[in-house]
Design a protein around this ligand. Structure first.
Ligand code: PLP
Length: 406
């Protein structure tokens, strides 16, 4: 499997063709932004609203923040902050690998999963190797595909008014030469799941050389079985994990790419070789070895989600059957109007996907935040929102490909 963007083996050659490929990739990389949920959500906040004011349920963050044990681990490591402590990074990969029965060589820590997500797209897609992605789905891989100049083939979710699952057969049929097939399980923004059988089907039937990128950012919030076993089986997959969601470390930054070592090597060309903050490593390790953390937070967030889905249903609104910390809510009018009206009242709700223009994404916040959401949503829906529009993007984001949001 060689990268259509930058083939590492090309570095040893000095042919003009190879030189041009490297130069093109380098200049593309120089301008490649890493698109994270935070940037995408931030892009629509009115003029960078004061983050200390209002209710922010627009970026799938975890308002609980890092666990007590993770906070203590960060405090404890501060005196060592003058050192690089690279072995800590290796130890973190080993702890995770042992828990999951993986070879530690298959686990690469990064500062969140956004980086390896982008690098996988850069490494394995290109003009003749499209990116296949569900719609609505998490958009970040599409921005990376702009850099690799790969066609983006959006495949609508199957059963949009019901299970809203990845349509794996349609995704496979979308291209005979896909570079990357992206599956987010549970899916952002719908919070819905794709069955293990369907994921197995994609992995088994993807053309040789295609990478199936399985994004498990939200997996801890659900009972969905993990796809890490494909890595153990030596398949052409990249599984992404992050500490940004259930573990509440979005601002601390830690994540993993899990894949065969030869696949991980192809991502290295694009970055991620820098030292990681030792505070983040310490917090991640403390979170991993805390056996009570995942079940306790999964239960709490699940209960708040269920209460809100029930409340919205009672009010006459349909939502996706989420098992995650976000869901799509059909407001039965242009989603942008409702988003703008809510923002005026300092309740910042999530984004809109062009494929589902009357739906808005809601992140599950604390009980208190959701009580304010419910009150404000009721007020907004009882009034006319006609003509309201989300505010223009902040000028710092206008240069980036956010046009579909404005
Ligand atoms: N993947 C999905 C589906 C996400 O929603 C996010 C963030 O919201 C990420 C990956 C990246 O998160 P991070 O870079 O914080 O790990």
């Amino acid at each position: 499997m060689s990268s259509p963007v930058l083939d590492p083996s090309a570095c040893s050659g000095v042919s003009r063709r190879n030189f041009m490929r490297i130069a093109a990739a380098t200049s593309a990389l120089a301008s490649m932004p890493i698109f994270t949920e935070s940037r995408l959500a931030f892009a629509q906040r009115p003029h960078f609203a004061d983050p200390n004011k209002g209710i922010h349920i627009d970026a799938n963050e975890n308002p609980l923040g890092p666990s007590e044990k993770a906070r203590q681990a960060m405090l404890d490591i501060i005196p060592k902050g003058g050192r690089y402590e690279f072995p800590m990074q290796m130890e973190l990969a080993e702890v995770f690998a042992k828990q999951e029965g993986l070879d530690p060589e298959s686990v690469m820590p990064y500062a969140g999963s956004s980086e390896p997500l982008h690098y996988t797209v850069l490494a394995f897609t290109g003009p003749s190797k499209p990116l296949v992605i569900a719609d609505p789905g998490y958009e970040a891989p599409m921005w990376a595909a702009k850099v690799s100049q790969a066609p983006v083939l959006k495949v609508p979710l199957a059963d949009p008014k019901g299970a809203a699952t990845h349509d794996v057969k349609a995704m496979l049929a979308a291209s005979s030469t896909p570079g990357v097939i992206y599956i987010c399980n549970p899916n952002n923004p719908t919070g819905t799941i794709t069955s293990p059988e369907d994921i197995e089907y994609v992995v088994a039937n993807a053309p040789k050389g295609t990478i199936v990128m399985i994004d498990e950012a939200y997996i801890h919030l659900s009972d969905v079985p993990s796809s890490l076993h494909f890595v153990k089986e030596g398949k052409d997959v990249v599984v992404l994990r992050t500490f940004s969601k259930l573990y509440g470390m979005a601002g601390i930054r830690m994540g993993f790419a899990v894949a065969r070592p030869d696949i991980l090597k192809k991502l290295e060309v694009f970055g991620g070789q820098n030292s990681l903050p030792i505070t983040a490593i310490a917090a991640a390790k403390a979170s991993l070895i805390d056996t009570e953390l995942v079940p306790a937070r999964k239960k709490l967030i699940g209960e708040i989600r269920t209460e809100n889905l029930a409340w919205l249903k009672n009010e006459g609104y349909a939502c996706t059957p989420s098992v995650s910390n976000c869901f799509m809510l059909d407001v039965k009018r242009p989603g942008g109007e409702v988003l703008a009206a809510m923002a005026k009242k300092e309740v910042y709700i999530g984004r809109i996907w062009p494929a589902w223009p009357t739906q808005v994404r809601i992140t599950v916040g604390t009980r208190q935040e959701m009580a304010t959401f419910q009150k404000t949503f009721k007020e907004v829906m009882a009034s006319s929102t006609a003509g309201l529009k989300p505010e223009p993007l902040h000028q710092r984001l206008q240069a980036t490909p956010f046009s579909h949001l404005s």
